[in-house]
Design a protein around this ligand. Structure first.
Ligand code: HEC
Ligand code: HEC
Ligand code: HEC
Ligand code: HEC
Length: 132
């Protein structure tokens, strides 16, 4: 019984490591494409050169954006890398508005606070090939 348990644990660890690698391999994001908006695209897609953006902005921790909460508190040493924002912030019955608010809040509040980065609609929702 104990041996079985430890084998299951080992499998779980292998699975988590593989999942983490798969997530890292996909980290190259150039536009935000949350699947919750798949059926509905009113604005042009949002340019977001994920890695360059975070480097230029000097953001050190993944959980600045990919945060993880427990009992209402943000956990310093945990993150939600690999999960879409909508997996926690979207409920079909309330529609997309709350998710839109959440994205805008996270992106814009930092830009406003740092007085750097776009805050106007067309600067993020760019038509292809357009510069900010
Ligand atoms: C400025 C905010 C921000 C920071 C900082 C950030 N990310 Fe992201 N990341 C995003 C957004 C927004 C998306 C795209 C939305 C989504 O997939 O839910 C994304 C997508 C991803 C994806 C793709 C997920 C998928 O489903 O395809 C991975 C992997 C990822 N980030 C890893 C990381 C890692 C690792 C770090 C730290 C080194 C990091 N991110 C830091 C905002 C951020
Ligand atoms: C694992 C679940 C989870 C994921 C994934 C997640 N969040 Fe959150 N988020 C929470 C929780 C829990 C809170 C705090 C409680 C609340 O206000 O909803 C929160 C709070 C927030 C807040 C402040 C709350 C407010 O009402 O103003 C913003 C903004 C936010 N998240 C944006 C994002 C963005 C953008 C992403 C994707 C990059 C993301 N979250 C991914 C769970 C998550
Ligand atoms: C914690 C702070 C922070 C958060 C969160 C953040 N940004 Fe930024 N962003 C910055 C800073 C700082 C700059 C200016 C960096 C520079 O160009 O020197 C910037 C610049 C930008 C630019 C212009 C430069 C470029 O890369 O094209 C875009 C577009 C942008 N941000 C989009 C986003 C989006 C979309 C989100 C939400 C998913 C987001 N940002 C979240 C800090 C942040
Ligand atoms: C700092 C960048 C930023 C700014 C500025 C911004 N948005 Fe967004 N917006 C986002 C992100 C990120 C998403 C999530 C996009 C996705 O996953 O497709 C989003 C989603 C949306 C959506 C839902 C997706 C769609 O296209 O139907 C609408 C509508 C929207 N924004 C309208 C606006 C309007 C109107 C303004 C100006 C008042 C604005 N946005 C300003 C970043 C921004």
């Amino acid at each position: 019984m104990a041996a079985l348990k430890s084998n299951i644990l080992r499998l779980l660890v292998v699975f988590l490591v593989l999942a983490a690698c798969a997530a890292a391999a996909r980290a190259y994001v150039t536009i935000v494409e949350d699947s919750a908006f798949d059926d509905r695209q009113m604005r042009p897609q949002v340019s977001f050169e994920h890695n360059e953006h975070n480097e230029k902005a000097g953001i050190e921790s993944c959980n600045t954006c990919h945060h993880f909460y427990e009992n209402g508190e943000k956990r310093k040493n945990s993150d939600s890398v690999g999960m879409e924002c909508s997996s926690c912030h979207y409920k079909a019955e309330s529609g997309e508005l709350e998710l839109i608010r959440i994205y805008h809040k996270q992106c814009k509040s930092c830009h406003l606070q740092k007085e750097q980065g776009p805050v106007q609609c067309g600067q993020c929702h760019r038509k292809t090939g357009e510069n900010p």
